[in-house]
Every structure is written in structure tokens, then in C-alpha cells.
Ligand binder design. Structure first.
Ligand code: SAH
Length: 349
């Protein structure tokens, strides 16, 4: 069977060409694009200002992705909601909705599973299943906006997966997400987080987007970083810092360093001094994340007093640092835990 084309992953210009090839006038492409990316329709049937014959023909020719809600967990502490969504092929992905004073933020997954192997992360324990398509990344945002009835203003690509390991799909997703004919989310309100794939960081710099790039650093020496993140065997911190400087020069956007504090591993004053030395020259903001212990590994969180001391030491070195509030800690907080617990219940799948 020939696979149907995925219509929601098409940019507006591609969709226009696609429908023109079928003899449709260009306003039909505009209408359909609006249904998909502004009105967030869940099927062709909803597109009531299109002729029924066109809707039927589209149904025959194209795949229209839609997510199934498998599970929703709401935090009693802060209202954070975690969604487990089912994809058409039976895989599941998780996304998180967080309410902040400045607006609602959604954290999406970019892959089913992950092959980066970071030692503290639950998303990678079973490796990579497959990449998500642009439509499947968009659907997480669209479904959450529909289900909550509230506008999503910020999107962070920090869920399961390494976004720069799914580069081409990520770029189309970013284009559609920030398109003025779609949800029109400002590029400045989008963050992409990477474990540090140097060639892709350089490539992304050349796209000259205004998104925020977050680098998961987690250690200040290659030796220590290798113990936490296998990717550190491939690229050194020196190479990473050069790529970050290049990104900053090309885009004018400051990079955020993410640093998960693991008790007794990377949380000493010396670590903080070394981190300040890396962040300072690039003007980076540092986001400290108290490690969220996962069942399969014996990492522990740093003491609250140690976390404060670490942050204070960064600030003494004039590094802008925040400790990430642990949103939704009572609902399978750490990346990949919800999907994992679901799969453990349901068996492999
Ligand atoms: N692959 C990307 C994005 C997904 S992970 C990346 O590596 O950046 C998003 C962030 O959460 C990363 O900084 C990651 O290292 C961190 N993270 C993953 N598991 C964690 C855990 N158990 N506790 C704290 N931070 C974790």
C-alpha cells in the first residue's frame, strides 16, 4: 500500500501547489490551511465551507493526523497537566501544559523514545522508536489548546526526544507553529532544547530564527559530562562552546544552559565556578534543574541548601541563574516517566 501524504505537515506553499495540481483554486488551500492550523479541526469533515466532494477526495488521498487522549494527570499543587497521547500507529507520547503568569506553556516531545542515552533520563531507557513528524508535534500543541480551551503562548521542545536528531521535521514544525496564518506563536516564545549536537547547532544558527536555544550542559568538564551523557564522547565542551558562540553571533540570541543538579556529582562550589566561567563569555542564562530521580537509576537530588549555594555562587560571578520550579512533581514529573509507566502497565508497544 502506498502511504498517504501527511497533509498537516505541509507548509502553506506546498499545500497550495498540492491542491493546484488537483485543479483546485488557491483560496481552497487557504481555507484548508486555516481549518488545520487556526481552527484546529480534527478531521476533513469539520471543514464545512469546503465542498463535500473535496473533503471526501482529501480523505481518500491524504492522512489527517489526530491524537487520542490516553491519559491526563492534573497536579493538585500547581495545575500542571500531563497528557499521554496515542499516535495512529499505537505509539504514545507525552506532553505537558503549564500555567505561568506570562501565559500558558506547552512542553512537547519530538521523538518516540530517544537514542541519546543520558544516564538520568527516563525517555531514553528503551532507545529510539521513531521520529515524530511535523504534524505530530503540532498536534500536541493543538490538542492541548483545544482541550484546555486556553491559548498556548509558549512552546518548549523539551519533552521526550532529541529535537536536533529529528532536524528536518523540527524545522517544518517551527515554521508551521510560528506562521502568521497558523497559531502565530512568536519565535521568541519557542525554546528548543538539545543535548548538544554540534553540527546541527551550527546548521540551526544559519536558519537565523529568533527562537531560544537551550543547551543541556549538566557538567563542566568533558570527563564528568561523559559519565552523564554519552554524546559527550562525540563532542567536547570546547567544541560545544564554539558552536554556541557561533549561534549567538548568527542569531543575536543568547543561549540558555540547562544544568540538572545531581547530589554529589555536579553540585560543588567548584562546579559552579567552572559553570560561571563557561556561561560568562557567552552571556548565557543558567537554568538549574534539581534532578528528578528515576526509578531505574540511583541519582539523588542535591539538598535545597546546596542548590541555593550553587545559585548564589553563579550570581556572585554575575551569571543570571534560576532554579526551575518543579512543576507537576506529584504527577510523574521527569521526562518520559508517564509514557514509561503506561508501557509498563500495557506491555511492550
Ligand atoms: N534531548 C533534549 C531535550 C529533552 S530533555 C535535551 O537533552 O536537551 C529536557 C531537559 O530535561 C534536558 O536538559 C534533560 O537533560 C533534562 N532531564 C532529563 N531527565 C531529567 C531528570 N530525571 N531530572 C532532571 N532533568 C532531566
Amino acid at each position: 500500500m502506498v502511504e498517504k501524504k501527511d497533509i498537516k505537515s505541509m507548509t502553506f506553499s506546498l499545500l497550495t501547489r498540492e491542491l493546484a495540481a488537483q485543479g483546485e483554486k488557491s483560496f481552497r488551500a487557504r481555507q484548508m490551511y486555516q481549518w488545520m492550523h487556526q481552527k484546529l479541526a480534527e478531521s476533513f469533515e469539520e471543514m464545512t465551507n469546503l465542498p463535500a466532494s473535496l473533503r471526501e477526495e482529501c480523505g481518500r488521498q491524504y492522512e489527517y493526523t489526530a491524537l487520542r487522549v490516553v491519559k491526563v494527570q492534573e497536579s493538585r499543587v500547581d495545575g500542571t497537566k500531563k497528557f499521554l497521547f496515542g499516535l495512529a500507529d499505537g505509539n504514545v507520547v507525552e506532553s505537558v501544559w503549564m500555567k505561568y503568569r506570562h501565559g500558558n506553556s506547552v512542553c512537547i516531545s519530538s521523538q518516540v523514545g530517544c537514542r541519546m542515552g543520558c544516564s538520568f533520563c527516563a525517555s531514553t531507557l528503551d532507545g529510539l522508536e521513531r521520529n515524530l513528524r511535523p504534524s505530530e508535534m503540532l498536534d500536541q500543541v493543538y490538542a492541548i489548546q483545544r482541550l484546555t480551551g486556553q491559548r498556548v503562548s509558549n512552546v518548549v521542545v523539551m519533552g521526550t526526544g532529541e529535537p536536533l536528531d529529528n532536524y528536518d521535521n523540527l524545522l517544518v514544525f517551527l515554521q508551521l507553529l510560528t506562521d502568521e496564518n497558523g497559531l502565530n506563536i512568536s519565535q521568541r516564545n519557542v525554546t528548543v532544547s538539545t543535548c548538544g549536537l554540534v553540527p546541527q547547532i551550527r546548521r540551526l544558527a544559519q536558519e537565523k530564527l529568533q527562537i531560544t536555544l537551550a543547551l543541556s550542559l549538566h557538567a563542566t568538564t568533558d570527563e564528568k559530562r561523559r559519565r552523564l551523557m554519552p554524546i559527550a564522547n562525540r563532542y567536547s565542551i570546547a567544541e560545544l562552546m564554539e558552536a554556541c558562540a557561533y549561534y549567538f553571533r548568527q542569531t543575536g540570541r543568547r543561549i540558555t544552559f540547562e544544568y540538572s543538579l545531581v547530589g554529589g556529582v555536579n553540585d560543588t562550589d567548584r562546579d559552579a565556578e567552572e559553570l560561571a566561567a563557561l556561561a560568562g563569555p557567552l552571556g548565557c542564562h543558567v537554568n538549574l534543574i534539581p534532578v528528578n530521580p528515576i526509578r531505574e537509576r540511583d541519582f539523588v537530588q542535591s539538598e535545597a541548601s546546596r542548590i541555593r549555594a550553587f545559585r548564589d555562587r553563579l550570581e556572585k560571578n554575575r551569571i543570571n541563574a534560576t532554579v526551575r520550579r518543579e512543576m507537576g512533581r506529584d504527577i510523574d514529573g521527569a521526562c518520559g516517566q508517564l509514557r514509561r509507566s503506561y508501557r509498563a502497565d500495557a506491555g511492550p508497544g
